[in-house]
Design a protein around this ligand. Structure first.
Ligand SMILES: Nc1ncnc2c1ncn2[C@@H]1O[C@H](COP(=O)(O)OP(=O)(O)OP(=O)(O)O)[C@@H](O)[C@H]1O
Length: 270
């Protein structure tokens, strides 16, 4: 029997390379690769975490999947389609909400922006924005402008706006990295619940092992660059919602931490 076509939300990466240098492969001399020969399949509906030391190439890989950064070699597909530009099925949540929110629009107008572009009627837009504004805990703040919000609140607006557009694939680049510990924990819980309710594919970049373990079904550890690759993938066979104090979670934490430390030592002192 032939291989069935992948689910439309499956991301398939084969021998993917990225170099920012001018020198093209095959032109003689050596090419400086940021990431080299990455093979990976993220299944439709999966919560997949990319974990790695600072500067290893996590954002580069995520931006390539988003279609913002071009590849140097290899293949990158969503379903059966090769990715060469952004697509409406993929949405990105960045670490800093500031650069993505429109400062001249209120919370509600920001959340409804994509819906307005899609020309949804006003009552439908209101229904959807109400739902996601409530979900991220911003009910009562709808008429505020971004400048009137805290960093955590702005990040929630960004998340509500992305979710309101209902993308099949969420690409999240350290989305909670700038938040205080308490807000971060609340957001992790909300995201995990949203993912379980909606069945979206999530690729989540972090360098926080605990965060990776609370959220991910699988955790890929990237090696230090250049020539970064995925050095190991850990399954996290723990039920949700996860208890950060559980013995199983802490045992996995220890395993991943020692792997991570070895990667760092290898990268810093090759
Ligand atoms: N536009 C660019 N031109 C040249 N080099 C770049 C460019 N963007 C990123 N890099 C380099 O690629 C490497 C990987 O960067 P990237 O931002 O993907 O790492 P990261 O793992 O996401 O880091 P962090 O966790 O610190 O955000 C770094 O060495 C960086 O300097």
């Amino acid at each position: 029997m032939q291989n069935p076509s992948p689910s439309p939300n499956t991301i398939t990466i084969e021998r993917l390379n990225k170099s920012y240098s001018e020198l093209k492969p095959g032109a003689g001399g050596s090419v400086h690769y940021i990431i080299k020969d990455i093979d990976l399949v993220v299944k439709g509906g999966e919560f997949f975490v990319l974990l790695g030391p600072s500067g290893c190439g996590k954002s580069t890989l995520l931006n390539m999947i988003a279609g913002f950064v071009s590849k140097t070699g290899g293949s990158l597909r969503v379903g059966s389609d090769e990715i060469d530009k952004p697509g409406k099925e993929r949405a990105v949540v960045f670490q800093q909400a500031d650069s993505s929110l429109f400062p001249w629009l209120t919370v509600r107008q920001n959340v409804e922006f994509g819906l307005k572009m899609k020309k949804l009627p006003k009552n439908e837009r209101k229904e959807i924005s109400d739902r996601y504004i409530r979900l991220v805990g911003l009910f009562g703040h709808e008429n505020k402008f971004p400048r009137e919000l805290s960093g955590g609140m702005k990040q929630r607006v960004q998340l509500a706006r992305v979710l309101a557009n209902d993308p099949a694939i969420l690409l999240m680049d350290e989305p909670f990295g700038a938040l205080d510990a308490m807000t971060r924990r609340i957001m992790q819980k909300e995201l995990s619940q949203i993912w379980r309710e909606t069945g979206k594919t999530v690729i989540f970049v972090t360098h926080d092992i605990q965060e990776a373990l609370l959220l991910g079904q699988r955790i890929a550890v990237m090696s230090t660059g250049p020539n970064a690759r995925i050095s190991s993938i850990y399954q996290v066979p723990l039920a949700y919602p996860r208890d950060p104090a559980s013995t199983e979670l802490n045992e996995l934490h220890r395993r991943i931490q020692s792997h991570f430390d070895a990667e760092l030592e290898g990268g810093l002192y090759p």
